[in-house]
Design a protein around this ligand. Structure first.
Ligand code: ATP
Ligand code: MG
Length: 273
């Protein structure tokens, strides 16, 4: 299973004489299960626009996005449903992503029902509990009837990840998924994301401003500037031997992740979600 972009371009504007903006400019990229692709680049470089096109939330001006070799706009029936399940989004949560009036079991359960992933109410609940446990919310029963405001920011983000996981995705597109979280909480949520990638073989397209995170977890790094990819390759090559001046500037500005050896910083939140 593969999600790839072929020279996708998105042009905004141009109406009523307004200047056109090539927000994404000829980007070719592959996402696949088990691979962690980090996308970095300054604000406005087109990262979220690229993510929206990969999620089929926005159509490219030119170029194509392919799922298993088929252009997204040609997917019908079961192929389209398969795309909808296999490629999930986890976006930043300034608490807008969860409906304040829905409990955790309802928010996750309705996704399961919508995609007909369970046969009975008991089955739905079992799957919700499984997903919560996958993201370190133990015991799951403890969280089922809570509303978003009764959860911490880190827990809300874990619920969003659990909601993506119930569909058994192969690729998760995460746009600044941990950026809003406090440093210690961020490390815990990040560890959950890396852990499910390794355990369940999920692939990531992981958009972040956070170079230390990239240094730590990415397999591949894709550097964007003004809509275009200026450098793309295995993490070690990019981190240790950046070719493009812009990548050098980015790396020079980013501190090493203070990891305390084997991640003391990641432990706290995960043990006590
Ligand atoms: N719907 C839209 N209409 C017009 N312009 C847009 C639209 N969406 C984004 N843009 C513009 O496209 C450019 C790229 O935006 P995008 O959100 O993809 O950047 P980004 O790399 O995600 O930035 P950030 O790191 O701040 O999230 C920006 O200049 C933005 O103003
Ligand atoms: Mg963005």
């Amino acid at each position: 299973m593969l999600l790839e972009t072929e020279a996708v371009t998105k042009v905004f504007g141009g109406r009523r004489g307004a200047a056109k903006l090539r927000a994404v400019d000829g980007v070719t990229l592959k996402a696949e299960p088990g691979k962690f692709v980090a996308i970095v680049g300054e604000s406005g470089s087109g990262k979220s626009t690229l993510a929206r096109m990969m999620l089929d939330l926005m159509r490219p001006t030119s170029g194509r996005v392919l799922f298993d070799g088929e252009p997204l706009d040609s997917l019908r029936g079961e192929a389209h449903r398969s795309f909808r399940r296999s490629v999930q989004a986890v976006l930043q949560d300034p608490s807008g992503a969860l409906n304040p009036r829905k409990t955790v079991v309802r928010a996750i359960g309705e996704v399961i029902r919508l995609h007909a992933m369970a046969r009975s109410a008991a089955d739905v609940q079992r799957r919700v509990c499984d997903a919560l446990e996958q993201v370190g919310m133990n015991p799951a029963e403890h969280f089922l009837d809570r509303y978003p405001h009764e959860l911490s920011g880190g827990q809300r983000q874990r619920v969003l990840i659990a909601r993506a996981l119930v569909l058994e995705p192969q690729i998760i597109i995460a746009d600044e998924a941990v950026s809003a979280l406090d440093a210690s909480v961020k490390a815990g949520v990040l560890r959950v994301m890396v852990d499910i990638s390794q355990r369940l073989g999920i692939g990531y397209v992981f958009i972040t401003h956070d170079l230390p995170v990239v240094r730590k977890v990415a397999d591949e790094v894709c550097v964007m500037k003004d809509g275009a990819v200026v450098e793309h390759g295995p993490k070690n090559a990019i981190v240790h031997d950046p070719q493009h001046p812009y990548t050098r500037t980015l790396l020079a500005a980013a501190p090493e992740l203070d990891d305390g050896g084997n991640s003391d910083s990641t432990g706290r939140e995960a043990k006590k979600p």
